[in-house]
Every structure is written in structure tokens, then in C-alpha cells.
Write a protein that binds this ligand. Structure first.
Ligand code: ADP
Length: 273
């Protein structure tokens, strides 16, 4: 093939090459910014409880503090902040392992109703502490099987139910519902708590994103719960979404792939006598 205009061809190729390199550089810059933001978020998240612990220890060590009750209160507050640091480390460890693919999705077939009941039962104590009633809206029989990583879906449910209790309303309800969508099931966790402003909804699943920093931080959690949830559901190639009205409550829903029902055993060949 002989080109009519070889110089123009070369120029075109060089331009294409340069555009591709520019895209690559932009992508690397984006990743670098993401890493930098992530690190600065982590150090910020660690600083808050650490400073608090330091403050309480200083106050206890203060010679003027003779009030034993107050010292006990400070110790309790320091211990709560130690817990916060532990959650943070546990969640950071989990999200980095999930993202690196170090913990693969371990698929199995299981009854979704069994798992929902198990997690609800395990959360009942916590719900009582928050004075919230946990309701399982069971519409189907127990035969629905899903194909997913049971342990990871249990983690998703725990994180979503925990949030519904943390941001729920005292005396209110959290409902867990299951919907049969033919090829998939939809699991929804609905609370009648503080709700979320519409403008925050698109950013809710980002790491460390909080709608109301001071309140959410006070309530606890690592700020990574929803990021972990999203990661697990997307690793299953399923979807997660949220609907919410500020002041009225929120619903978090995710889908799971249904597994085929157990087929009857194939008939055995008849033995010839
Ligand atoms: P956190 O540890 O702060 O709870 P999450 O990643 O679990 O972190 O949630 C991120 C933020 O989303 C929370 O800080 C809170 O502002 C908001 N949020 C999550 N679940 C709910 C809910 N059920 N109702 C109202 N706000 C919620």
C-alpha cells in the first residue's frame, strides 16, 4: 500500500500516539489523587480518636482530678475511642483485601431466608439497645436459593442493619424484606430514621463519606461500611441502591442471583434380572 500523502499519515499517527499517552497520564494522575485523598482521609480518621484518647489520659493524669466518678467516665470515653480505632483498622484491612482480590468471592447455594433470619436474630440485642423493633417481612416459603458468598452477604446485611439502627429513630422500626424477581431476589432494609438529603445520595457509597460529619462520627463507625457493602455486591455483579427522604427514613436494597432449584435425582437405570 502506497499512501498518497505519507507525511500527513505520519503526523496523524504521532497525534494519535500523543493523545493516547495524554489519556494514560490523566488516568495515572487521577489514581495518584485518589491514593493521596485516601491516605489523608485515613490519617484524619485516626487523628480524631487518638487526640480524644490523649485528652482523656491527660485529664486522668492531672493531679487535680480527684473525682473518681469523673475519672471512670473519662476512662470509658477513652475505651470507646479505642474501639473506634479497632473498627477502623478492621474495616481498612477488609476493604484493602477485597480490592486487591486477596479474598475471592466464595460462591455457594444457600437459602436466603435462613441467612436473613440468622442475621436478624444476631442483631436483636443491638436493636433493643437502640429501642428499635427489627421486623422480618417474610412473604415466601423457605425454598428460595441464592448463589452467592454467604459470609460476605452476611457482612452486607450486618452493615446495613447496623446503619439502620445507628441512624434510626428511637421507638421506630427496621424492616428486612425479600422480593422474588424471577432470576434474582431483592433484599431491602428499611428504617424510619433521620433519612438522607437527596444531594448526598450519589456520594453515599464513597469511602469515608458522611452526610453529617459531626453526628455520624459521634454515632460511630469507620465511614467505610457502605463502601465495603458496595464492593461486595458489585463483586457479585449485582446492584445496590438507596432511596431516602430526609427526616422520614431510608431504604437500602441489593439484588442477588437466584440459584436453580435442586433438580430431582435422575432416574436410575433399571437392573436386568
Ligand atoms: P459510618 O461508619 O459513618 O456509619 P457508612 O459507610 O456505613 O459509615 O455510612 C456512610 C454515611 O451514610 C453515614 O455516616 C451516614 O451519614 C449515612 N448513612 C448510612 N446509612 C444510613 C441510614 N440508614 N440512614 C441515614 N443515614 C445513613
Amino acid at each position: 500500500h502506497v499512501s498518497a500523502d505519507p507525511i500527513n499519515d505520519v503526523e496523524h499517527e504521532v497525534k494519535e500516539w500523543a493523545a493516547q499517552k495524554k489519556d494514560e497520564i490523566n488516568e495515572l494522575r487521577k489514581q495518584e489523587k485518589f491514593r493521596r485523598d485516601f491516605l489523608s482521609n485515613i490519617s484524619h480518621e485516626f487523628k480524631t480518636p487518638l487526640f480524644a484518647i490523649q485528652g482523656y489520659i491527660d485529664a486522668i493524669q492531672d493531679d487535680d482530678l480527684e473525682d473518681k466518678d469523673m475519672a471512670r467516665q473519662f476512662l470509658q470515653k477513652a475505651a470507646r475511642n479505642v474501639d473506634r480505632l479497632s473498627y477502623l483498622i478492621k474495616d481498612l484491612d477488609e476493604i484493602s483485601k477485597l480490592e486487591s482480590g486477596e479474598i475471592p468471592i466464595n460462591y455457594s447455594k444457600f437459602k436466603i431466608n435462613d441467612l436473613l433470619r440468622e442475621v436478624i436474630e444476631a442483631s436483636e440485642m443491638k436493636a433493643k439497645q437502640h429501642h428499635i423493633k427489627l421486623i422480618f417481612k417474610q412473604k415466601y416459603d423457605d425454598s428460595i436459593l441464592v448463589y452467592a458468598d454467604r459470609q460476605k452477604i452476611s457482612q452486607v446485611l450486618i452493615n446495613l442493619i447496623d446503619n439502620s439502627l445507628k441512624y434510626g429513630k428511637e421507638g421506630g422500626n427496621t424492616a428486612v424484606s425479600l422480593f422474588d424477581l424471577h432470576e434474582q431476589v431483592l433484599v431491602e432494609i428499611t428504617d424510619d430514621g433521620i433519612g438522607i438529603e437527596e444531594k448526598f445520595l450519589p456520594r453515599l457509597f464513597e469511602r469515608f463519606f458522611r452526610t453529617d460529619t459531626s453526628r455520624s462520627r459521634q454515632i460511630g463507625g469507620s465511614g467505610l461500611g457502605l463502601a465495603i457493602v458496595k464492593h461486595i455486591i458489585e463483586a457479585h455483579q449485582q446492584t445496590i441502591n438507596v432511596r431516602s427522604t430526609e427526616g422520614l427514613g431510608s431504604t437500602f436494597g441489593f439484588t442477588l442471583q437466584k440459584a436453580k432449584q435442586n433438580l430431582p435425582f435422575p432416574s436410575l437405570p433399571t437392573l436386568k434380572s
